[in-house]
Design a protein around this ligand. Structure first.
Ligand code: TYD
Length: 139
């Protein structure tokens, strides 16, 4: 299957060093898209859930720079939970999946690299609408 059509964990380069470790990510090399935007989630109170939407076009790569959290991905038929808790790998999220982020640990820092600029019209925020679009093959 085409790598950019399904979610998967991508291991990043890791330089272990007594002075401190270093990892990095390059667009169109480690991740299969050009980075148009970067945002991060921080100070998430215990028990809170972020996300709860799908994107029509936007692809993402999510890294737990510190702490841990779960990313729940749903293709309309099944859900998969990815626990992120290291800064040397991340989760590639293709477009067209319902995604939620939950179980944030104290001091969790979620870095998100995105393939598009922010566009409110790219969001599908209603789950039933998401299911209908999936059923009709529109996303
Ligand atoms: P949103 O993506 O709705 O977060 P969540 O789905 O986790 O609740 O973003 C929350 C707010 O931040 C929303 O009003 C739009 C704004 N926002 C931007 O302006 N630019 C961005 O890149 C992102 C991700 C959000």
């Amino acid at each position: 299957m085409d790598k950019i059509s399904y979610p998967h964990i991508i291991d990043l380069p890791k330089f272990l060093d007594a002075r401190g470790n270093l990892s990095f990510v390059e667009q169109e090399n480690h991740i299969p898209f050009v980075i148009r935007r970067t945002y991060w989630l921080y100070d998430v109170p215990g028990g809170e859930c972020r996300g709860g939407h799908a994107y029509r076009e936007n692809q993402e790569f999510i890294v737990a720079l510190s702490g841990s959290f779960d990313v729940v991905l749903d293709d309309g038929k099944e859900k998969k939970v990815f626990t992120l808790n290291r800064s040397y790998y991340g989760l590639y999220v293709p477009k067209g999946l319902w995604r939620e982020m939950e179980n944030f640990s104290t001091n969790a820092l979620a870095l998100v690299l995105s393939s598009t600029n922010y566009d409110a019209n790219d969001y599908i925020r209603n789950y039933d609408e998401f299911l209908n679009l999936k059923r009709d093959g529109k996303i």
